[in-house]
Design a protein around this ligand. Structure first.
Ligand SMILES: [Zn+2]
Length: 292
């Protein structure tokens, strides 16, 4: 009898301990979930819209988004289906000139914050080009190479017989497939594809706003005027903006990983090496876009 009582007492204590332990586990899990949901809601654009505009800018002391090293296929715009799904996010139609555009997820979140602030300041930012894969860039390039699309004014690439000179003329504004920053989803073209649009009236106000504010959201203009600071490469593009926290490290990865053996599969690809495209174009960007 005495023995039974002591056994019962022991098992009661055991049951109480198990219940306490279970309660502790449930409480800690709920707290963790709550924290995660809090972080998640902070990342949505809706909550961003409710925040103080000053808190929208990327502050120096905040850690930048984690950047993992992309493989060659990503850098060359030849992503697999699963790489596309994990890396890219569809651009909402209201921020874009057409359906079906995608951006790198981190770049898109930053764009939403920037767009929101611009709107408050009476500036409209519309994405007219975002992620482009290798095949998309190949269509642009081959159309120009074969004279199906005019280069500028009434100049057609087919008027230029020498392949190196022909490529050089196309390269004033268009990248070779496999060498475009648009492959990364980090770069976007905004509002217009002509510099003259940004030189007067509404376009000028938009450009001035971007020059003053884009860097607060992590964006920089890679193709500034050519001159002492940027000696070679594409002409100035006032419309092209890049999300530096991702694109700056990816530019270094590109430099380390990609060789001329990787740049082929389009008309005139042999000229890439002769023109030293990686050094002269890919790496010839505004210094600001080299630092995350
Ligand atoms: Zn562009």
């Amino acid at each position: 009898m005495l023995k039974n009582k002591s056994v019962n007492k022991k098992s009661n204590i055991f049951i109480v301990l198990v219940v306490i332990l279970a309660l502790l586990l449930v409480t800690s899990r709920t707290c963790r979930l709550r924290n995660l949901n809090h972080v998640k809601s902070e990342l949505t654009s809706e909550s961003v819209q409710q925040q103080n505009p000053d808190s929208l800018s990327i502050k120096k002391e905040e850690p930048m988004p984690e950047v993992s090293q992309p493989d060659k296929n990503i850098l060359l715009g030849q992503l697999s289906r699963s790489q596309r799904d994990s890396l890219l996010f569809p651009v909402e139609r209201k921020y874009a000139s057409r359906d079906g555009m995608f951006m790198h997820r981190d770049a898109y979140n930053a764009f939403l914050e920037m767009q929101n602030k611009a709107k408050e300041d009476g500036i409209e930012l519309i994405i007219i080009s975002a992620f482009r894969d290798f095949d998309h860039q190949k269509r642009i390039w081959n159309n120009k190479w074969n004279g199906r699309q005019v280069l500028s004014g009434n100049i057609y690439a087919t008027d230029i017989v020498n392949p190196v000179e022909r490529a050089r003329e196309i390269l004033r504004f268009s990248a070779m497939p496999g060498t475009s920053r648009h492959h990364w989803g980090t770069d976007i073209d905004l509002n217009s594809l002509t510099n003259s649009y940004f030189e007067s009236g509404k376009g000028k106000r938009e450009y001035e706003w971007l020059v003053e504010n884009a860097s607060k959201f992590g964006f920089c203009q890679p193709y500034t005027p050519k001159g002492s600071e940027r000696e070679s490469g594409y002409e100035e593009e006032k419309w092209h903006w890049s999300f530096r926290p991702v694109s700056a490290p990816w530019l270094s990865f590109y430099q380390q990983q990609i060789t001329y053996d990787d740049i082929s599969g389009f008309d005139g690809w042999e000229t890439a090496r002769l023109l030293n495209v990686a050094e002269q174009y890919v790496l010839s960007v505004n210094e600001e876009c080299m630092n995350p």
